[in-house]
Design a protein around this ligand. Structure first.
Ligand code: GLN
Length: 328
């Protein structure tokens, strides 16, 4: 071995600071030119009203001010992005016992797949597919009424964001209730297998309401701060979850956050993320930033096409993929 070889990796500390505002302004311009913008979710009729041309982005870095661009202050339905927060709550509530009822593996199947659940005897692959999130809702019900469990989730979101105005979009909640028969099928099957302990309608009431929380990109990026690194971004107050749990949650975001497109998101973007059928994506760059992007047009796999593109461009421009910067 060459004696002159460096004994440790060196990181270029002298790189100029990134102009995050310019980076996301450029992304907004780039996205305005895109004509193939995906399709809005129609299976929840209220979501079908969204405008395909909407696009917003917000970045809350550990160093420097929050930056926003486009429709960053327009509220949208966070849908499955809520599953990150309810998992954090369930882990706080019952700790590692969560993992007796839900797995930690990528599903490789659609977010609302029924077939896999039967194969695996009612034990969902991970907490981010619908079946897994319904089990988490069952855990959060505990000995509460659905209204109390929903109030707790809202309270958690408000504390994480530092914004008491966050609320549930009642029209979306009602739309989900009316059209949620597939989720009812998942919940009933898991109940038959002993993995749902409450009345199915009570559990789904919690689940539909958490999905119907309305937030803007700015609010969502603020809410994600506690996942960035050991609460580094929490403005005082008690830590929301321990850094050990933060690492676990972000690991699951990377492996399971985009359902059967999670591998592709890791490959193209390299940032732990969680998507929802409202078109939002929350991304966490450990130690650096919480990022939210939103555009309602979805890919066939139910992830926002434009928000995914925005994350890809953002990871390229910043070099903030957790797998290291691209050198080309
Ligand atoms: N509320 C949606 C559903 O249950 C959430 C799905 C999602 O965002 N992928 O189908």
């Amino acid at each position: 071995m060459n004696d002159d070889a460096p004994t440790s990796l060196t990181i270029n500390q002298s790189a100029p600071p990134l102009d995050l505002q310019r980076i996301i302004d450029d992304i907004v311009d780039r996205i305005a030119d895109e004509t193939e913008r995906g399709h809005v979710a129609t299976y929840i009729p209220e979501l079908a009203k969204a405008d395909l041309n909407s696009f917003g982005m917000a970045v809350v870095p550990t160093a420097g001010p929050t930056v926003v661009a486009g429709d960053a202050d327009v509220e949208f339905s966070i849908q499955s992005v809520s599953k990150v927060f309810t998992l954090a709550m369930a882990l706080q509530e019952i700790g590692t016992r969560v993992w007796r009822r839900v797995g930690r593996e990528a599903s490789g199947n659609a977010f609302n797949s029924i077939v896999q659940l039967e194969h695996e005897h009612g034990l969902p692959r991970n907490p981010f597919i619908n079946a897994g999130a319904i089990v988490i809702a069952d855990i959060l019900l505990g000995n509460r009424t659905p209204a109390e469990a929903i109030a707790n989730i809202l309270d958690f979101m408000r504390r994480a964001t530092g914004d008491d105005t966050i609320a549930i979009d009642e029209a979306v909640a009602e739309s989900e209730r009316r059209t949620g028969d597939r989720n009812r099928a998942l919940a009933n099957f898991m109940k038959a297998e002993g993995n749902i302990t409450h009345d199915v309608e009570d559990v789904l009431e919690v689940y539909f309401n958490q999905c119907a929380i309305a937030m803007s990109c700015r609010q969502l990026a603020l809410a994600g701060r506690f996942l960035v690194q050991g609460n580094a971004l929490q403005d005082g107050g008690a830590p929301i979850v321990s850094s050990r749990r933060v690492r676990r949650i972000t690991a699951l975001m990377m492996t399971c956050g985009h359902y059967d497109a999670s591998g592709e998101f890791a490959f193209q973007v390299g940032i732990p993320g969680k998507s929802g059928v409202g078109g939002g994506i929350l991304g966490i760059v450990p130690g650096r930033a919480s990022i939210a992007a939103w555009s309602p047009g979805l890919s066939a796999k139910g992830n926002s096409l434009m928000a995914t593109l925005a994350f890809r461009e953002f990871a390229r421009a910043t070099g903030w993929s957790v797998f290291g910067p691209l050198s080309d």
